[in-house]
Design a protein around this ligand. Structure first.
Ligand code: FE
Length: 637
C-alpha cells in the first residue's frame, strides 16, 4: 500500500500518530462518525487499512486517499481549478508576484504572502486592517529558519515538535521590514499540513507570512462561505477544501525562556490536553478574564482549558466564547455546578457568569485577577500551600477598586494577603493611557517631580502637542477620568515612551515589547528604587532621566529591566524574612518578557529561592481561567 498511487501526493494523508483531531471532532468517543470525516465514506483500500491492526493507519479516524477523502479546491476571480498540482502552481505564481492567498489550514483560514516581499506584506497589513503587530512566518525548513533567526537546540526541538507552534526567535536577518516592524524577534513555524510541504516544493521563497484569516481582531474564520465573503475581497485567490473545521483553533505561540517553554497563545496542539490536579474540581466552570480569554472546565481531578478565544469585547469573539462553553460541555459531558469569574463587574465573562448563576441557580465566585494568575501557576506545579506570589501584568481589578498589576502577595489557593505593590499612579484618560504610553510617562514624572520639573528637557514631551499635555495634567490634578493603577505594564509603557520607543501603541503591549527588544549586550547595573509600604520608582525615573542624554538606550533599557528583577528579589527577601516562605511563584503577562523573567529567576535562584513559572498555560490572561477554577475548588468546600 505504501506506493499506492491514491496516497502519493494526497494532501490529507495521515497515520495513527498524525493528522487532525481536535479541529474535526464534534463528540466523544473520538470515532469517525463523530468527526467531520463522517461525510467521507472510506474506499475499500482505506477500509482495509483502518481495520488492519499492524497497519500504521489502524484506527486513524481521518484516514483517506485520493479516491475517497476530502479534496482541495482553488478559486480566484478568473478560474477555478480541481487538480491539486495545478492549484499549487497557481498559488505559487500568485505568491511570487506579491499577491495574497487565503488558505484553509487545520483550525481556520490563513492569509499568506511572500515574507521577503515588503510590498506584499505591507499590502496584506493594509487589507487586513492590521496595525504594526508582527506577523508569523512559515519557513520552508530548518536551514531557512537558521538563515533569518538564531536557533538553539531546545528551540529547534520545539519548532520540529508535532505541535508545530509559532516559536518566537531572535532575529538574525530581516525578512522584510513590515513582517516585524523593527522588533528583534520573529514568530517562526514549520510546515504542518501536507499541503504546506507540497506548496514549498513549488515556491521559490523560503518563507511566507501566514497570518490568521480574519479582519482586525475578529476570530479566525473557519466557515467556507464566510471565508469567500470576507477573505475574497482582501486576497487574490482562495485555496480551500471540503472538510468542515468544527473547532476553531489558532496557531499556538510559544517562546523558550530560561530553557523552558512559555506559552503565549495556547491553542492548536495544546488543546484539550488537561492539567492534572490533586483535588476534585468536578462541575466547576471558570470563565476567565476579558482579553486573551479562555475558559476552563473541571472533570474529576482534571482541569480542561479551552483554546485561546480572544478579546470578548469583540461581538464575534463573544459568540465564539459561547460556542466554546457549549462545545466543551458536549464533548466532555460537562454540567456546570459552580461558576467562577473575574472580580471585574464589566467583563463580558463576568456578566455571562452572572447569567449562569441566575439561569442554572448555581453558586458564583468572583476571583481577584492577580490571585488567579498566581493560582494558575500553582495549579501547574501542584502547589497547595502558602507561597510568595508575584504577579506583574497590565490591568486587573483590585479589592480596593484600584487597577492592580504590580502585586506582591502571600497567597495560597484559598486566599491572599497583599504584602506590597507598585506605587499607585493616575492613568489619565483611563484606557486611553494604555493606548498612549506618553500619558503614563507624563503621569509618572508628574507624580514624582510635580509642577517644577522642566518637561521640555525630555524629547518625548516636545513631540506632543502642548494642548494635549495640559489636558492630561488637568485630568491628573482634578482627578478626572484618572483611575489609580499599580500596573507594572504601565511603568514599562512609561519608560518605553520616555526613551522614545513608543509614545502611541498600535498593538497590545507594543511599548514593553519595543523596550525589551532594545536590550543589547550585558550589564548587571540597575537603578535605585525604594520599597516601603509601596514600591516607589521616583529614584528610578530620576536616574533614567539623567541617563537619557548620555547613555545608550539599549543600556538604559537593560538597567531598567534589572531594576525590576532587583525589586522582585528584594521584596521576596522581605517576605521570606517575615514568613519563612521560600517558594516564589511568578505569573502575569509581564513575565512573557524573556529578559526580565530570566534575570529574575537567576537572581532568586542565586538567593536560594525556589521559583515557579507558567509552562502549561500562559502567564498572561490566557491562563486566568485555570487559576479561577482551582481557587473555586478550595472555596466551595
Ligand atoms: Fe492579567
Amino acid at each position: 500500500m505504501e506506493n499506492d498511487p491514491e496516497r502519493i501526493d494526497y494532501p490529507f494523508i495521515n497515520c495513527t500518530n498524525c493528522g487532525p483531531r481536535f479541529t474535526i471532532i464534534e463528540g466523544l468517543p473520538y470515532d469517525r462518525p463523530k468527526t467531520s470525516m463522517k461525510s467521507f465514506r472510506m474506499c475499500e483500500n482505506c477500509n482495509s487499512e483502518y481495520y488492519e491492526i499492524l497497519n500504521r493507519r489502524f484506527h486513524a479516524q481521518p484516514i483517506a486517499c485520493n479516491s475517497c477523502g476530502p479534496v482541495y479546491k482553488y478559486k480566484d476571480f478568473g478560474k477555478s481549478l480541481s487538480d491539486i498540482k495545478q492549484m499549487l502552481e497557481e498559488v505559487s505564481k500568485q505568491i511570487v508576484s506579491g499577491k495574497t492567498v487565503a488558505i484553509k489550514s487545520l483550525g481556520g483560514y490563513h492569509l499568506m504572502c511572500d515574507a521577503l516581499n515588503n510590498n506584499a506584506v505591507s499590502d496584506l497589513r493594509y487589507k487586513k486592517q492590521r496595525d504594526s503587530k508582527p506577523f508569523a512566518v512559515m519557513f520552508r525548513d530548518i536551514p531557512a529558519v537558521r538563515k533569518y533567526c538564531y536557533l538553539n537546540e531546545i528551540e529547534k526541538k520545539e519548532l520540529q515538535s508535532w505541535r508545530r507552534p509559532i516559536l518566537i526567535l531572535k532575529q538574525k536577518d530581516i525578512l522584510s521590514y513590515s513582517v516585524t516592524n523593527g522588533l528583534n524577534t520573529t514568530g517562526a513555524m514549520l510546515p504542518y499540513m501536507p499541503v504546506h510541504y507540497m506548496l514549498f516544493r513549488n515556491l521559490k521563497t523560503p518563507a511566507v507570512v501566514l497570518t490568521s484569516g480574519n479582519i482586525s481582531d475578529e476570530p479566525i474564520i473557519i466557515d467556507d462561505l464566510s471565508a469567500e465573503k470576507q477573505l475574497m475581497p482582501i486576497s487574490d485567490s482562495i485555496l480551500s477544501y471540503n472538510r468542515q473545521i468544527l473547532n476553531r483553533t489558532d496557531d499556538s505561540v510559544i517562546r523558550i525562556i530560561d530553557k523552558k517553554t512559555s506559552i503565549f497563545r495556547r491553542s492548536r496542539g495544546f488543546v484539550p490536553q488537561p492539567v492534572d490536579l490533586k483535588y476534585n474540581v468536578e462541575g466547576i466552570l471558570a470563565l476567565g478574564a476579558e482579553q486573551k480569554n479562555s475558559i476552563c472546565i473541571g472533570k474529576g481531578d482534571q482541569a480542561i482549558m479551552s483554546q485561546y478565544i480572544g478579546d470578548l469585547k469583540n461581538p464575534l469573539t463573544y459568540d465564539f466564547f459561547n460556542e466554546t462553553i457549549d462545545r466543551f460541555s458536549d464533548l466532555f459531558r460537562f454540567k456546570p455546578e459552580f461558576v467562577a469569574c473575574d472580580l471585574h463587574p464589566d467583563y463580558f465573562s463576568t456578566r455571562h457568569a452572572e447569567l449562569l448563576e441566575d439561569e442554572l441557580n448555581i453558586p458564583l465566585l468572583r476571583v481577584q485577577h492577580h490571585h488567579a494568575h498566581i493560582a494558575s501557576c500553582m495549579a501547574e506545579h501542584g502547589l497547595d500551600e502558602e507561597v510568595i506570589g508575584i504577579s506583574l501584568d497590565g490591568t486587573g481589578l483590585g479589592t480596593d477598586e484600584n487597577i492592580w498589576g504590580g502585586e506582591f502577595m502571600i497567597a495560597d489557593l484559598k486566599g491572599f494577603r497583599r504584602f506590597t505593590h507598585f506605587d499607585y499612579v493616575p492613568m489619565p484618560g483611563g484606557e486611553k493611557a494604555i493606548d498612549e504610553p506618553w500619558r503614563m510617562a507624563f503621569s509618572y514624572i508628574y507624580q514624582y517631580f510635580g509642577e517644577s520639573f522642566d518637561y521640555t528637557s525630555v524629547p518625548l514631551f516636545n513631540s506632543i502637542e502642548k494642548k494635549k499635555l495640559m489636558l492630561v495634567k488637568e485630568m491628573i490634578v482634578k482627578k478626572i477620568n484618572s483611575p489609580m493603577t499599580s500596573g507594572a505594564g504601565r511603568l514599562f509603557d512609561a519608560v518605553s515612551a520616555i526613551l522614545g520607543f513608543c509614545s502611541v501603541a498600535t498593538f497590545d503591549s507594543e511599548a514593553p515589547m519595543r523596550l525589551e527588544s532594545a536590550i543589547d549586550g550585558n550589564t548587571n547595573d540597575y537603578y535605585p528604587f525604594m520599597t516601603d509600604k509601596t514600591i516607589v520608582f521616583a529614584d528610578t525615573i530620576k536616574a533614567i532621566l539623567e541617563d537619557l542624554p548620555k547613555v545608550n538606550f539599549s543600556v538604559i533599557s537593560a538597567k531598567f529591566h534589572n531594576t525590576i528583577a532587583r525589586v522582585i528579589l528584594e521584596v521576596s527577601k522581605q517576605i521570606r524574612k517575615e514568613t519563612a516562605l521560600n517558594n516564589v511563584v511568578l505569573s502575569g503577562g509581564v513575565f512573557q518578557n524573556k529578559y526580565l523573567l530570566e534575570k529574575s529567576v537567576y537572581l532568586l535562584n542565586f538567593s536560594r529561592f525556589k521559583v515557579f513559572t507558567n509552562h502549561v498555560v500562559p502567564a498572561n490572561d490566557g491562563g486566568i481561567s485555570l487559576g479561577q477554577l482551582v481557587i473555586a475548588s478550595k472555596t466551595r468546600r
